[in-house]
Write a protein that binds this ligand. Sequence first.
Ligand SMILES: C[S@@+](CC[C@H](N)C(=O)[O-])C[C@H]1O[C@@H](n2cnc3c(N)ncnc32)[C@H](O)[C@@H]1O
Length: 348
Amino acid sequence: MQSRAFWEKRLCALSKEGRLLVELLKLLLLQSDRDSRAIGNSRIVQRDCFDWLQDVPENSIHSVVTDPPYGVKEYEPDQLAKREAGSGGVWRIPPAFDGHVRSPLPRFTALDAAERARLVDYFRRWARLITRVLRPGGHVFIATNSFVAQMVYGAVAEGGLEFRGQVIRLVRTLRGGDRPKNAEVEFEQVSSLPRGCFEPWGLFRKPMLPKMRVSDCLREFETGGLRRCPNGLPFCDVIVSERTPRQERQVASHPSLKPQSLLRQLVFASLPLGTGTVLDPFMGSGSTIAAAEAVGVKGFGVERSAEFFAMAVKAIPKLARLNVPHLPLPAGSNASHHSLFVPEKCAG
Ligand SMILES: C[S@@+](CC[C@H](N)C(=O)[O-])C[C@H]1O[C@@H](n2cnc3c(N)ncnc32)[C@H](O)[C@@H]1O
């Protein structure tokens, strides 16, 4: 068997038409990947996204909406086993309150210098792969948190994507607000960290071609801008959100399940003309793909774990069918947002 480098050299020697044909063949091979499944308009695949992205044709994806393993290591098999056992590792049990026992959360303040360097390297490599497969002008929404956001944003920009700001998801996160550990009585008036009331999502864009304007990019690549809300108002970078509702957690018991009410807005905004493919390379139980199905666009999801992939196969159609709560909207919006919360197929 010849090495990858051998084939890459042969490919470079091909004419432009030859290379186009190869990209087309790659696309067809992706569709028939034996570990992949079609669900509605969308397709999901069980693979490591770092490997998978290398097989994806250049400039073929319109947008990315994703919730990665922020601290990189929390979804490694050893850490998931510790979570399951309820002790040790990066997952900690937050304090119980209101009489409820809370699910474990990853503890990102515990990352040491070597782990931080690894995180930066991971997101830089990931962004390089994403930059290659995105169409020029394609947008990326990436979930993060207050502790690691600054590292993730720097690394993603070094990987080739332009930083275009942040989307603030207003939600009480259960992080921070605690009194100093083991000195709670002595320093009763102090919190070590602010109580987390938002989740930052980085917003990035693949650079457009030189001298290209947004209008040119929209015409040529169907990318470059963000889709306005159904009521015609611009997409806002503050989203009043909620913790993932019970009816969704009952469908998919993934530890990082994101709510449909948020993801449907992000997926909708990410495709400016309402056409094209939105990718989630860290799909988990498929909530982004369900959101794509609900708003009537095509999703592509990649998940490494067999367990979460199997969960996604079952969860996507159910999550996509849910009517989700109609949350308060940011200033300037009005109630015609409603159509995002009623899946297309169920509307009416
Ligand atoms: C934060 S979770 C995303 C959960 C998702 N938002 C949901 O609602 O279900 C990140 C997911 O990425 C997966 N993952 C981690 N590394 C991966 C990789 N290299 N390729 C593909 N999936 C990966 C993990 O197994 C985990 O399910």
